[in-house]
Each structure stands twice: as structure tokens, then as C-alpha cells.
Write a new protein. Structure first.
Length: 162
């Protein structure tokens, strides 16, 4: 057996230190999280997507009493962007969260299903998608690709042959 090491590159910053376009995108995600439907968990998440054409698409988590029937903010936003602008590349996704029930200790990162959905768009557009993860204290974690969050993502191109 051979041991291998996997490393991930990420950056930490503060909201006020970012470029204006990134600040605006995060502020859009914050605005969106305030519209989330989260009556069961009290955990609201907002996601905003900057498209190559300059459009910003936002989404928020939508809960359902039948828990598996809800949908995360990231997928709400990226699926809407994909349906409204199917041929426009996704450049950046900003995610922010707040909880009514507990203190968030670090940035909230997309769940596995959301990471895989973002990965699908990276593969489709053949270009990385930057991800900005915002904490309520205004710290921000930045990755340049979903592969930094999901290094062994499922992307077998051979599936498209069948």
C-alpha cells in the first residue's frame, strides 16, 4: 500500500478586504438568506451566483416538513441559473448562513450534494467556479474551484457515451 497526501489550497480574508464585486456578491447572499424558508431548523442559508454575463442569481434554502424534500440554497441558485441562462458560465458562488438556534463557529461550506451539483457545472463549462464562504463575523474563506472542497468528485465523462 502506498500512502498519498492530498492538499487543498484556500484563502482567508475579511469581507471589507475583498474586491467590490465579491463584496456585492456576498451581500447579495446575505440578503437572500434573510428570505430563506427555514421554520424547522432555524438555519438560513443564502447563495448568490455571478454569471459571466454579469447577472447575479440568488437562492436560499427551502425546508419542508418532509426533510428530504427541501433544497439547499446553493442548488436552488445554481439550478435556477442553469435553467434561465443555460449557456452562460458560472464565475463565482457566494454562500452565507445564520442560525437562530446556535452560534456558527466557522464558515458554512456546501453539503456534499451541493458540491457535486457545482462540480457538474464546472465540468459542463470546462472552467472552475470560485467559491466565497462567508461567516457572520465577516471573515471569508475562498477556494478557486469546487475540486478544492470535493477533490474526488464524480465526473466520469464516459457516462455521456451511453
Amino acid at each position: 500500500m502506498i500512502e498519498n497526501k492530498l492538499t487543498t489550497i484556500f484563502y482567508r480574508s475579511n469581507l471589507n478586504s475583498l474586491e467590490k464585486k465579491d463584496q456585492d456578491l456576498i451581500n447579495s447572499a446575505i440578503k437572500s438568506l434573510n428570505l430563506a424558508y427555514a421554520p424547522y431548523s432555524g438555519f438560513s442559508v443564502g447563495a448568490s451566483i455571478l454569471l459571466e454575463n454579469g447577472e447575479i442569481i440568488s437562492g436560499n434554502n427551502q425546508e419542508n416538513v418532509a426533510y428530504p424534500s427541501g433544497l439547499c440554497a446553493e442548488r436552488v441558485a445554481i439550478f435556477y441559473a442553469g435553467s434561465k441562462y443555460p449557456d452562460v458560465k458560472v464565475k463565482t458562488i457566494a454562500v452565507s448562513a445564520v442560525s437562530k438556534k446556535f452560534e456558527i463557529e466557522d464558515v458554512v461550506s456546501p453539503c456534499g450534494a451541493c458540491r457535486q451539483a457545482i462540480a457538474e457545472y464546472e465540468v459542463k463549462q470546462e472552467e472552475s467556479i470560485r467559491i466565497l464562504l462567508h461567516h457572520p463575523d465577516d471573515s471569508v474563506l475562498i477556494v478557486n474551484s469546487v475540486s478544492d472542497l470535493l477533490p474526488f468528485m464524480f465526473k466520469n465523462k464516459r457516462l455521456k457515451q451511453f
